[in-house]
Design a protein around this ligand. Structure first.
Ligand code: URA
Length: 444
């Protein structure tokens, strides 16, 4: 087979065979497909799309490009489960949910990502914990999952390497926002992790990649259908990203927010709703609860009796972080030199938020990457962010900016003030959980 002939067929809108897709992905993995050819293929898929069978074949080929984990030899006492988000702002759900599900009897080997575009990444957040090894060897990863019930780590070199290579090429060739490519990219990593159940958090709204609900629905349907075709029972929950989910955005600030949540020091209500909704689906997929009400009761108990917090503390220690992180996190997390209020420029109700702009504001402060080689300043970001429907008076804080320099603080202040539209009318609360797509494709 010739790669350029296969790319030409996709360019011209033909449906590729499984053998053609496998050949391309094998060539991508062994280096015989050039970067230019991979980019041309990605662009052809971007414009021509793929039918379901092609996406299933692409996902399978990318999954098989590296190691596929198998947990059976560990004889784990519960199901192997995970959740994955399509990305948002103030989305620190994973830090809470992985230990929470572990405390309820699940085993969660979570392969998380770094910040992408304007969105934050779970791995970047965890890297603000001194000593935490986000890319451990496989033995340490397995040991943490076995002993603690969860481990959140990054994609290692041998897990879905074809995705790693294609993703890096897509990132610099404007081919990220492709439904078949996103589906195959996410699911190849999840299938390589050897899961028995997956819950997808598909974000929609001003801070999401799929800003409009119909697009988010299409992505949710694609992921659920392809995952189930690959024998991975998957539920998708579409959740709102028209405002930051937690009241903090920025790496160390979101870790603090998550620890405060686990210790009950502070819980953002919308975050709690999303954590519970996703947790209910995970427990139900794993057969760990008889009904949604039973699942919610188990999750709430584990949150309130400290069991989830204890799992988080053990996971941090198992992956090289401080053993007393939960008790003394204020001493461990990096702090910004400047913390200042962002004053409201008028009185009224917060009627809309450009959530994407808040993510861009965090990047401008140094909390995300402008180019792939950038190092991240974990200390910076926004805290105490006010939400939609809240009323503010002139000069009252809309948030607090945490910055390294006066100039970056001033720029981030301006961005946040512009991102929040304040007016006179009333705004009805927006439910954070929009709809759920069951493995059968049924919407609830
Ligand atoms: N996350 C991924 O892992 N891949 C994509 O393509 C998009 C989001």
């Amino acid at each position: 087979m010739l790669a350029q002939e296969i790319i030409r067929r996709k360019r011209d809108g033909h449906v590729l065979t499984g053998a053609e897709i496998t050949f391309l992905i094998e060539s991508l993995t062994n280096g015989s497909l050039s970067e230019g050819q991979a980019a041309a293929f990605a662009m052809a898929v971007f414009f021509q799309g793929m039918v379901r069978d092609e996406i299933v074949a692409l996902t399978g080929a990318m999954t098989r490009s590296g190691t596929v984990l198998d947990w059976r030899s560990l004889n784990l006492a519960g199901p192997v489960l995970d959740k994955h988000s399509t990305g948002g702002i103030g989305d620190n759900v994973s830090l809470i949910l992985a230990p929470l599900v572990a405390a309820c009897g699940g085993f969660v080997p979570m392969i998380a990502g770094r910040g992408l575009g304007h969105t934050g990444g779970t791995l970047d957040k965890l890297d603000s914990i001194p000593g935490y090894t986000s890319t451990p060897d496989l033995a340490r990863f397995r040991a943490s999952v076995q002993r603690v019930g969860c481990a959140i780590i990054g994609q290692t070199a041998d897990l879905a390497p074809a995705d790693k290579r294609l993703y890096a090429i897509r990132d610099i060739t404007a081919t990220v926002e492709s439904l078949p490519l996103i589906t195959a990219s996410i699911l190849s990593k999840k299938l390589a992790a050897g899961l028995e159940g997956l819950v997808m958090d598909v974000k929609t709204g001003s801070g999401a990649f799929m800003a409009q609900l119909p697009q988010a629905r299409e992505l949710a349907q694609s992921i659920v259908a392809v995952a189930n075709a690959a024998q991975l029972p998957t539920v998708a929950v579409i959740t709102d990203m028209n405002e930051p989910l937690a009241s903090a955005a920025g790496n160390a600030l979101e870790v603090k927010n998550a620890v405060d949540f686990l210790t009950k020091a502070h819980r953002d209500p919308r975050l709690e709703t999303v954590v519970l909704a996703l947790g209910v689906q995970m427990l139900r997929l794993g057969g760990l609860a008889a009904s949604s009400a039973d699942a919610e009761a188990k999750l709430t108990a584990a949150l309130n009796n400290g069991a989830a917090c204890e799992r988080f503390a053990r996971m941090v220690a198992a992956l090289g972080g401080p053993v007393d992180f939960v008790e003394n996190f204020e001493n461990y997390l990096p702090k910004a030199a400047i913390v200042q209020a962002v004053p409201a420029l008028q009185s009224g109700t917060i009627l809309s938020i450009d959530t994407r702009a808040i993510g861009v504001g965090v990047i401008g402060l140094g909390g995300g990457r402008k180019i792939a080689s950038d190092t991240i300043d974990a200390a910076v970001g926004y805290a105490h962010i006010q939400g939609l429907g809240q009323t503010v008076s002139l000069g009252q804080p809309l948030a607090f900016v945490h910055a390294r320099t006066p100039a970056s603080a001033a720029a981030a202040t301006h961005i946040l003030q512009q991102a929040m539209h304040i007016g006179d009318s009333h705004l009805a609360p927006i439910e954070p959980v929009i709809e759920t797509l069951a493995p059968s494709g049924k919407i609830a």
